[in-house]
Design a protein around this ligand. Structure first.
Ligand SMILES: Cc1cc2nc3c(=O)[nH]c(=O)nc-3n(C[C@H](O)[C@H](O)[C@H](O)COP(=O)(O)OP(=O)(O)OC[C@H]3O[C@@H](n4cnc5c(N)ncnc54)[C@H](O)[C@@H]3O)c2cc1C
Length: 306
């Protein structure tokens, strides 16, 4: 087999991609995995509490690096580069990495996860507006800060709780008339007396010169109002980014990839796993399970081709 010829090309070094690499290598496949962040979104989880086997949890970053090392030890090639392009000719897939090298394989797996959604309002890209409370929240430690979290789901709830540990006050701004998060998170928020909840509230713009100093909002039925904050965290959901894909695949209207029961996309030999897939649960454990299954189905596909 030529040096740049593989059995499976995987896009994404999150739990789905790394699990697929571990399973696939152990079943005898030659695999290249692309991604520049070992563990993917695991890095956003301060302490992963709901993955079985870790009483008291495990830091997401530690778990991600361990998975990455395990995939390497199993013999997967991990160039620590993103994949810029995945295309397909009559015979196989061709990937072009950010290292400018070409990689070939008869099967490929999209496990590129999702990226945070943003708001279409003035100054949303200004300094002081963040997407990851666990990554950027610690910047405000010991600063007596007032921080806003925008959103009403689990991501917003977890963000508000983690920021409330060191912020003077956290303002949770929710567009709807109730919070759509797990009951346990909602309860924890209600108990936390430095989290202030603003329901029915629309963000109009972020204000400030070099960096944001406030948020202009409309609370239903009231005039525009400015809330002074030192930083704001957007937690309004995620969307897939499939710009590396030069192959048409069927997706939902929101852009999540549709697969059959064997995780194959509408393009033969191309599989999808984890958060990027049209699925009803986006968690570490489901991403790992998807990865394991996708590796087996990719091998089945390879064997049928022979
Ligand atoms: C704040 C937060 C808290 C969470 N808490 C929990 C929790 O407590 N428990 C739990 O089970 N789950 C939790 N999750 C969800 C969990 O992190 C995801 O479900 C899981 O990481 C999905 O794994 P994945 O492999 O599908 O994608 P990801 O983890 O997103 O990994 C995909 C990787 O692919 C990379 N990529 C994208 N495009 C390319 C490309 N062109 N080339 C190469 N690489 C590319 C991405 O940069 C990313 O690193 C949380 C998520 C967040 C954001």
């Amino acid at each position: 087999m030529a040096e740049n010829q593989y059995d499976l090309i995987i896009i994404g070094t999150g739990p789905a991609g790394l699990t697929a690499a571990i399973y696939g290598q152990r079943m005898g496949m030659k695999i290249a995995v692309f991604g520049d962040t070992p563990g993917g979104n695991l890095n956003m989880i301060e302490n992963l509490m709901n993955y079985p086997g870790f009483v008291g949890g495990i830091p997401g970053t530690q778990f991600g690096v361990t998975m990455f090392t395990q995939a390497q030890k199993e013999g997967a090639v991990l160039p620590m580069a993103r994949l810029n392009l995945l295309s397909h000719d009559d015979e196989q897939f061709m990937g072009i990495g950010a290292d400018s090298r070409q990689y070939f394989a008869p099967t490929a797996l999209i496990a590129c996860g999702v990226i945070p959604k943003t708001l279409d309002v003035p100054n949303v890209n200004k300094k002081g507006v963040f997407h990851c409370s666990l990554c950027d929240g610690p910047f405000f430690r010991n600063k007596n800060a007032t921080l806003a979290v925008i959103g009403g789901g689990n991501m917003a709830g977890q963000g508000a709780l983690s920021l409330s540990k060191f912020a003077k006050q956290v303002i949770l701004i929710c567009r709807g008339d109730n919070l759509k998060m797990e009951a346990v998170t909602k309860k924890a928020i209600e108990k936390q007396n430095n989290i202030h909840l603003l329901l029915n509230t629309q963000v109009v713009s972020f204000t400030g010169q070099q960096q944001i100093e406030g948020i202009l909002v409309i609370i239903r039925g009231e005039e525009k109002k400015k809330i002074r904050v030192n930083g704001a965290f957007l937690a309004i959901g995620w969307e897939p980014r499939l710009d590396m894909l030069d192959i048409p695949v069927e997706t939902t209207p929101e852009g999540f990839i549709k697969t059959d029961e064997k995780l194959m996309t509408s393009h033969p030999g191309l599989f999808a796993a984890g958060d990027v897939r049209d699925t009803d649960m986006r968690q570490v454990i489901t991403a790992c399970a998807d990865g394991a299954r996708a590796a087996i189905y990719a091998l089945e596909f390879l064997q049928r081709m022979k």
